[in-house]
Design a protein around this ligand. Structure first.
Ligand SMILES: Nc1ncnc2c1ncn2[C@@H]1O[C@H](COP(=O)(O)OP(=O)(O)OP(=O)(O)O)[C@@H](O)[C@H]1O
Length: 601
C-alpha cells in the first residue's frame, strides 16, 4: 500500500538547499553509482590531470614573454622550445579531456540506466492505490526529467565543479608564490566586486522572471478572451475585455521598464567597477614591473591565471544551482523507490489452486477506495460463484460492479471479509501465480505499440505461432488480420493501422483465449457496434466462456439472459440474485426496473 504521502506536483527546476539533511537524502542514489566507482575514480584522475596541465599554460606563456625580453631564468630556454612545450601541454590536456568526458559519460550512463530500470520496475510493482493518488504524467517525469537532471550532474556538473575548484586552489597558490604583492592587491579588490556583481545579477534574473511571468499572465487574458469570444460578444463585453488587457499591459510596461533600468545599472556597474578593478590590478602590476619587482612574463602569467580563475568563479553559481536541482530530483526519485510494492502474499503458504474451474466467493466483504476512505463502495457483500458458472453483475452506474472485479483481481484488498477461490483465501496465494489464473477482457481494450502478433501473444508470451493463429481464429479475428497486407505483422497503434473498436475487442478476446484462464472477467462494452461486429464478438466470447467460470459486468440484455446467475448490485450491496426468468417476475424488483429503464436489448 502507498503511504499516502502527499506528492504535490513540483515545479520544473525545483531546487533544494544544500544542507546536511538534504544531502543525506541523496545517499540513496549512491547505491546506483557505487558499482561504477572505478570508472568514476579514473575519470577524476583524468580530470585532475587535465585541469592541472591546463594551469601550466599561463605559467609557460609568462616564461615565453620573459624569454622574448631576455630575462628568462627558468630551466627551459628558447622561444621554440617553450612554444613546443606549450603545444605538448595542449596535447596532453586534450587527451585527458577526452578521457575525462568518456569516463564520466560511461559512469553516468551506466549508473543512471540502473536507476531508470529500478524506478520502472518499482512503477510496475506499485499497487493500484498508488496510481489513484498520483498522476501518470507526473510519474513519467521522474523517469525522464528527474533522471536526466541527475545524469547531467553526474556527466558534466560534478566534473565541472571539481575542475573549477582545482582551478581556483591551484591558481591561487601559484599566483601567490609567483607574485605575492599583486595577488594580495587583487584579492583585496576583485572578489568583493565579483560577489556584489553576483548578488546584483541574481536580483536582475529575478526581475526578468517577474517580467516574463507578467507577460504570460497578459497573454492568458488575451487567450481567454479569444477562446470565449462568443461569450464576450454575446454579453457585449468587448470594452471590459479590452480594459482588462490594457490594465495588464500597462502593468507589464511598468515592470519591464523597471527591470531594464536595473539591467542598465548592472551593465554600468560591471563596466565601471569590474573593469575598473581589472584595470587597477593591471595598473598596479605595471608599476611592479616598472620597479623591477616582477617581470613582464610574471604579469602576463598573472593575467592569464586570473582570467581562468574569474571564469571558474563565474561558473560556480550556475553549478551550485544545478547541484541543488539534482538534490531535488534525487529526492523525488528516491521517494518512489522507497514506496512499498504490492504485497505478494499476506498470510499462509503459497498455494496455487489446482482446480481446473474455479469457484469464487465473497464472505462479508466491505471495501472503500484508499483515496476515498469515507465512502464505502461495497457493504458486507456475500456471494458464491460455482465452478464453470457464468454470472452477470448488473446494476446502475456507480453501484460497485467494477469494484467487485478489481477486488477479485487483487488490485485492492478488502477492508473487511475474505475473498476465496476454491477454499483458499486469495491473499494467501502468491500474487503472480494468482493473477495468472485470471483472464480479463476489458471494456476499453488497450493495445500496445507493436504488431498484432505481439498484442495477441501478450496473453502468453511463450505461445507458439500455431497457438496464436488458433486463438485469433477462435476470436473471429483471423479474417480481418489476414485482410491486412502484413497480416500478423501489421503494426497497430500510432505507427500503424488503427483498429476499430470491434477489432480491438477481438484481439483482446484472442489474448484471453491464449491465456486460457481458469477464471474469466468480462467487462462488457457499453458502446453499440454494428450488427456484424456484434455477432462476431458474441460468438467469440461464447467460445471463450465455454466451460469456464466467468464473471461478466453486463450491459446487454442478450448476455444477461444467458447467464446462469445474475447479481443485481445497488449501492454496494447485492440487492437481488437469480436467473433472468426469476428476477423478471419479481414485482417492484430492482432488476425488473433496471431492465425497463436501462439495459439495451
Ligand atoms: N479508483 C477509485 N478511487 C476512488 N473511487 C472510485 C474508484 N473507482 C471507482 N470509484 C467509486 O466507487 C463507486 C463504484 O464504482 P464502480 O466503478 O465499481 O461502479 P460500476 O457499478 O462498475 O459503474 P459503471 O457501470 O458506471 O462502470 C463509484 O462511486 C465510483 O465513483
Amino acid at each position: 500500500m502507498a503511504k499516502g504521502r502527499s506528492r504535490e506536483p513540483l515545479k520544473e527546476g525545483e531546487k533544494r538547499k544544500l544542507n546536511k539533511k538534504n544531502l543525506r537524502k541523496v545517499y540513496g542514489v549512491f547505491k546506483y553509482v557505487l558499482p561504477y566507482k572505478k570508472t568514476f575514480i579514473l575519470g577524476m584522475i583524468a580530470l585532475s590531470i587535465s585541469s592541472s596541465v591546463l594551469l601550466a599554460l599561463p605559467y609557460v606563456v609568462g616564461k615565453i614573454v620573459d624569454e622574448a625580453q631576455g630575462v628568462n631564468t627558468w630551466f627551459v630556454k628558447g622561444i621554440t622550445n617553450l612554444g613546443l612545450l606549450l603545444l605538448g601541454i595542449l596535447f596532453v590536456q586534450s587527451i585527458f579531456s577526452f578521457l575525462r568526458i568518456y569516463l564520466f559519460a560511461r559512469f553516468s550512463e551506466n549508473s543512471m540506466a540502473d536507476l531508470r530500470k529500478a524506478l520502472f520496475s518499482k512503477f510496475l510493482s506499485l499497487p493500484m492505490s498508488f496510481y489513484d493518488q498520483n498522476r501518470v504524467g507526473e510519474l513519467v517525469s521522474r523517469l525522464t526529467a528527474d533522471i536526466s537532471q541527475l545524469q547531467t550532474t553526474f556527466t558534466t556538473t560534478l566534473a565541472e565543479f571539481f575542475r573549477q575548484i582545482i582551478t581556483l586552489v591551484v591558481g591561487t597558490t601559484v599566483i601567490f608564490i609567483m607574485t605575492p604583492q599583486l595577488s594580495l592587491f587583487m584579492l583585496a579588490t576583485l572578489p568583493l566586486i565579483i560577489i556584489v556583481a553576483m548578488v546584483f545579477g541574481k536580483f536582475i534574473r529575478k526581475m526578468s522572471r517577474k517580467t516574463q511571468d507578467h507577460l504570460a499572465a497578459t497573454n492568458v487574458i488575451a487567450e481567454e478572451s479569444m477562446h470565449g469570444i462568443q461569450a464576450v460578444k454575446a454579453f457585449v463585453n468587448e470594452k471590459y475585455e479590452y480594459s482588462r488587457f490594457g490594465r495588464s499591459v500597462k502593468e507589464l510596461v511598468g515592470i519591464a521598464i523597471k527591470t531594464s533600468t536595473y539591467q542598465g545599472l548592472f551593465v554600468s556597474f560591471i563596466i565601471f567597477f569590474l573593469m575598473g578593478g581589472i584595470i587597477g590590478v593591471i595598473w598596479y602590476g605595471a608599476t611592479l614591473v616598472q620597479d623591477g619587482v616582477i617581470s613582464m612574463g610574471d604579469l602576463t602569467s598573472f593575467v592569464f591565471f586570473t582570467a581562468f580563475m574569474g571564469g571558474s568563479i563565474a561558473g560556480i553559481g550556475n553549478i551550485l544551482t544545478q547541484i541543488q536541482r539534482s538534490v531535488g530530483a534525487s529526492e523525488r526519485v528516491l521517494e518512489i523507490i522507497d514506496e512499498d510494492g504490492e504485497p505478494s502474499r499476506t498470510e499462509g503458504e503459497a498455494e496455487t489452486t489446482k482446480e481446473t474451474k474455479l469457484s469464487v466467493s465473497f464472505e462479508n466483504v466491505s471495501f472503500a477506495y484508499p483515496t476515498r476512505k469515507e465512502m464505502e463502495v461495497l457493504k458486507d457483500v456475500n456471494f458464491k460463484i460455482n465452478p464453470g458458472q457464468k454470472v452477470a453483475l448488473v446494476g446502475p452506474s456507480g453501484a460497485g460492479k467494477s469494484t467487485i472485479t478489481q477486488l477479485i483481481m487483487r488490485f485492492y484488498n478488502p477492508d473487511c471479509g475474505v475473498i476465496c477461490v476454491g477454499e483458499t483465501n486469495i491473499q494467501s496465494i502468491d500474487l503472480e501465480s494468482y493473477r495468472s489464473l485470471i483472464g480479463v477482457v476489458p471494456q476499453e481494450v488497450i493495445l500496445f505499440g507493436g504488431t498484432i502478433r505481439e498484442n495477441i501473444a501478450y496473453g502468453n508470451p511463450e505461445a507458439s505461432e500455431e497457438a496464436i493463429v488458433e486463438a485469433a481464429k477462435k476470436a473471429n479475428a483471423l479474417e480481418f488480420i489476414n485482410s491486412f497486407p502484413d497480416g500478423f505483422n501489421t503494426m497497430v497503434g500510432e505507427r500503424g493501422v488503427k483498429l476499430s473498436g470491434g477489432q480491438r475487442q477481438r484481439i483482446a478476446i484472442a489474448r484471453a483465449i491464449l491465456k486460457d484462464p481458469k477464471l474469466l472477467i468480462l467487462d462488457e462494452a457499453t458502446s453499440a457496434l454494428d450488427a456484424e461486429s456484434e455477432y462476431l464478438i458474441q460468438d467469440a466470447l461464447e467460445k471463450l466462456m465455454a466451460d469456464r467460470t466467468t464473471i461478466i459486468v453486463a450491459h446487454r440484455l442478450g448476455t444477461i439472459k444467458k447467464a446462469d446467475n445474475i447479481f443485481v448490485i445497488e449501492n454496494g450491496v447485492i440487492a437481488e440474485s437469480g436467473t433472468h426468468k426469476e428476477l423478471k417476475q419479481k414485482d417492484q424488483g430492482v432488476y425488473r426496473n433496471l431492465v425497463q429503464l436501462q439495459l439495451q436489448d
